[in-house]
Design a protein around this ligand. Structure first.
Ligand SMILES: [Zn+2]
Length: 156
């Protein structure tokens, strides 16, 4: 059993899973040594952002609206019942849309969970093998080709 006061995040730079203290916000990835944001982010009002990036979980609550140009989220994007996301492009390991969640925008994820009653207004959805999830940051191309069996073995 993992320690109770830690959580698992997926590095948005190198697509490696690692554990962080529950309250950690920014730290250095133990695999690629980049400083990355690891905090879980909860949107519970109306939020406009150019770009939102974290290795943790992005959660959009009931009646919240997130309008973001680009979402790069490691572990998961979860849109709760009545939450709404409008984005140009989103990448995450997992996208979960609960009933009556609303989504607009392209999404690339290894897992999609769409409950009955969720509303997809627009967007192109791509299922991506987890090992290929990290887009090439400058100089990081070698990391993408590295196999990531840990990603595939991890239970959702
Ligand atoms: Zn990393």
């Amino acid at each position: 059993m993992p320690p109770a006061d830690t959580r698992t995040v997926l590095c948005v730079c190198c697509a490696s899973w690692f554990r962080v203290p529950e309250s950690a916000m920014v730290l250095t990835c133990p695999c690629c040594y980049k400083r990355v944001r690891v905090e879980d982010i909860t949107i519970d009002t109306v939020d406009h952002r150019h770009r939102l990036e974290t290795c943790g979980v992005l959660r959009v609550r009931r009646r919240a609206i997130l309008n973001a140009g680009e979402l790069r989220v490691g572990a998961a994007i979860i849109v709760e019942d009545g939450g709404r996301v409008q984005t140009r492009t989103a990448t995450s390991f997992r996208l979960q849309l609960h009933a009556r969640a609303q989504w607009a925008g392209d999404c690339e994820a290894a897992y999609l969970t769409i409950d009955p009653g969720a509303i997809i207004e627009s967007g192109r959805f791509t299922i991506t093998p987890p090992a290929q999830m990290a887009p090439p940051a400058s100089g990081a191309l070698e990391i993408i080709t590295r196999p990531s069996p840990a990603l595939i073995a991890r239970p959702a």
